[in-house]
Design a binder for this molecule. Structure first.
Ligand code: NOJ
Ligand code: CA
Length: 673
């Protein structure tokens, strides 16, 4: 009896206040509840009156001292604003971006007298929440955990990679929300009842990455940090700070997520580079695949890939085919230390790589040189030479830079911790100072920072093409899962376009050496050749590579597609799709259009597709590159049929039969009048 009375008294004395925010179209509603008794915060998110996330927790856990999750006192009414602005990116899936949201800021006083504000935004596309802290003293705050949770009200099917503090190069899992234990973001879900959602973070600037954890059987995902500093601290913050945004996008179809994911870019500050005219997309080839398939080496020697002769051959191949850039890996001294001391010299070419004559030749032929810095994870050393290495790079005509972090950090820090986040950002900002664009491999995940630093062009951050060279390879579903997960966060330097699907021309060569522990001698690409061509359109990257050896493209009619393709995309129109199965998208680059469709492990018959996206009153030559008769990624991956049609926007495409693990790519080029 006493207990019942106590419970009654507690409920009676609990005062809960709710503050509400609606999205511009009114469909999403966020309610933040403050419990004045405990001083804790929870939130609920509705879509068209249906609760999607219910009683999610909010708050941060610090090492000691500051309490940032309970005993919070409300110190004022919410501050509301609605912003509707447009910004133009120098490149992107869509150059014109509308940033339209309603914001609510809720300020609370912590026990120590600091201010913790909950900053909430609702877009039509989704919700974003971040913590803003303003301390009273000048002490720093050591964050150890956070309470933010995403309690789903419905069961769901999910697509994600596991949480890991050092790599994203992991196989995607398709599993129920109930059975999931942890995930990295973006994690994509098909919610029972017909909605699609993806959770991710935005504006990761000076913080460890957020992963998600949960108990089996529960439907509550909790924000978790897996990458601590060496001393166990998760985030070292100053006396005022903002966390990255914790956010979710919600749509009614899987392809809504592809368009809505621009929200994560909008959530970043405006561009900090005054003149962006030097920031350019391009197509490229490179001295790269030969090393991965084991017929060349990064180190100097008999099998050296980056020799002067091979560089000139690549430059000529690029120039002859209208391809803008050439990447060189293994051009610089020190590759012998890769996997050991990890000290490559970014200012000294190997003796058999005559950079001066290569530069001269590239300039004559109008081809851009793309530099490569493999740090091997020796970040302290890389930071110590960064400025001089970048200055040296531009002095040698190299404004395009691929970086790499293949190896554990030599100082024991983690690839996804705050230390690393700071480092990756420092490279981007230093590069911007020198007019250099960056493509990071083994990066920190993309959280939309290209809005602020558009010289951060593309990155890896998932299993890319290299895995097909020396491991069991990426599954036939991999590309269409990437579209709905990794690629929602931003572009990926996947490097599609290998034509020698079975490595029949390389692994049989006397030059071949098995150089990688993952290589069991059965590597191949688990797609068709047409599937590779379509991937150039589908797997968006502003730097798009034709990754095979030039000799594998010589004489191949299907390579015409890449010659006609343009990396400088203006806008994109996702058509249809489902993760792991088929996906179709149209991209416009200037007056050209490209339509790409890929499949998963099953063949797909694409119904007649309207061409309404084409410009009116214009006739286009449509060249279709599609899986040939009886093509199948398992048994017959090579045949590509090429047909030409003349079409206008009033026409429909014929029914197209796409093989399992296959694809179709169509270029639409206006016919001169
Ligand atoms: C891993 C990168 O992903 C790959 O592209 C590169 O060739 C190697 N590291 C060597 O730097
Ligand atoms: Ca890699």
């Amino acid at each position: 009896m006493k207990q019942v009375l106590l419970a009654f008294l507690l409920i009676a004395s609990t005062s809960i206040t709710a503050q509400n925010l609606h999205s511009p179209d009114g469909k999403l509603a966020l309610h933040i509840k403050h419990n004045a008794t405990t001083g804790s915060l929870t939130y609920t998110l509705h879509r068209e009156k249906r609760p999607i996330l219910k009683d999610g927790q909010l708050g941060l856990i610090t090492r000691s001292g500051q309490n940032l999750s309970t005993h919070l006192q409300s110190i004022g009414s919410p501050i509301y604003q609605t912003i509707d602005s447009t910004y133009v990116m120098p490149w992107g899936e869509n150059k014109i971006n509308r940033d339209h949201f309603c914001e609510m800021i809720l300020p609370y006083r912590t026990e120590e007298g600091a201010t913790l504000s909950i900053v909430c935004r609702l877009y039509n596309e989704g919700m974003a929440i971040r913590y803003r802290y303003e301390g009273v003293r000048s002490d720093s705050v050591m964050i150890m955990d956070e309470l933010t949770s995403f309690p789903f009200t419905a069961p769901a099917k999910t697509w994600s990679i596991p949480a890991n503090n050092d790599t994203y190069e992991l196989d995607y899992r398709t599993m129920t929300l109930d059975s999931l234990q942890d995930a990295n973001t973006p994690i994509t879900m098909e919610l029972e009842g017909g909605l699609w959602a993806s959770i991710h973070e935005a504006a990761l600037t000076d913080y460890p990455e957020m992963t998600l954890s949960k108990k089996i059987g529960s439907r509550t995902l909790k924000a978790t940090y897996t990458a601590a500093w060496r001393d166990g601290i998760m985030a070292r913050m100053g006396h005022t700070f903002e966390t990255p945004w914790r956010s979710i996008i919600i749509g009614t179809k899987a392809i809504d997520l592809v368009s809505y994911s621009a929200m994560w870019q909008h959530l970043n500050p405006a561009c900090k580079i005054a003149d962006t005219s030097w920031i350019r997309p391009l197509r490229y080839v490179g001295v790269w695949w030969g090393m991965h398939v084991g017929i060349q080496s990064w180190t100097m020697g008999e099998r050296h890939g980056a020799t002067t002769a091979n560089a000139i051959r690549h430059i000529d191949f690029a120039a002859d085919n209208g391809i803008e850039g050439v990447l060189f890996e293994g051009w610089n001294e020190g590759w012998e230390t890769w996997g050991g001391e990890q000290k490559l010299n970014f200012m000294k070419p190997y003796a058999d790589f005559n950079l001066d004559s290569i530069r001269k030749h590239a300039a004559q032929r109008g081809v851009k040189l793309m530099n490569h810095h493999e740090t091997g994870g020796n970040v302290p050393y890389y930071e110590s030479v960064l400025d001089s290495a970048l200055r040296w790079s531009i002095a040698h005509d190299m404004h395009y830079l691929k970086t790499g972090y293949a190896g554990g950090y030599t100082n024991g820090e983690k690839h996804h911790g705050q230390y690393a986040v700071r480092h990756y950002r420092r490279v981007v900002e230093t590069a911007a100072k020198y007019g250099i664009m960056v493509n990071a491999h083994e990066p920190i995940k993309d959280t939309g920072i290209r809005r602020t630093w558009p010289n951060m062009m593309t990155r890896e951050g998932a299993k890319g093409m290299e895995w097909n060279a020396w491991s069991r390879g990426n599954s036939p579903e991999h590309h269409s899962i990437l579209v709905f997960t990794r690629l929602l966060s931003g572009p990926m330097d996947y490097t599609p376009g290998v034509f020698d699907i079975l490595h029949s021309k390389t692994k049989t060569s006397p030059q071949y050496r098995n150089w990688n522990n993952e290589d069991e001698g059965n590597s191949r690409l688990n797609t068709t050749r047409a599937g590779q061509i379509a991937a150039w359109i589908v797997l968006y990257s502003p730097w798009q590579m034709a990754s095979d050896l030039p000799e594998h493209y010589e004489g191949e009619n299907a390579f015409q597609f890449f010659k006609d393709y343009r990396a400088d995309i203006d806008e994109s129109f996702p058509l249809f799709g489902y993760p792991g199965r088929e996906y179709g998208v149209v991209r416009r680059a200037g007056d050209r259009f490209f339509l790409g469709v890929i499949t998963g492990n099953e063949a797909y018959t694409m119904p007649r597709q309207s061409l309404h996206f084409l410009r009116p009153h214009t006739t286009y030559e449509a060249r279709i590159y599609i899986d040939g008769k009886d093509a199948d990624w398992r048994t017959n991956p090579l045949p590509v049929d090429i047909h030409t049609l003349y079409v206008t926007g009033e026409d429909m495409l014929p029914v197209l039969k796409i093989a399992a693990g296959g694809g179709v790519a169509i270029s639409f080029i206006p016919v001169e009048k």
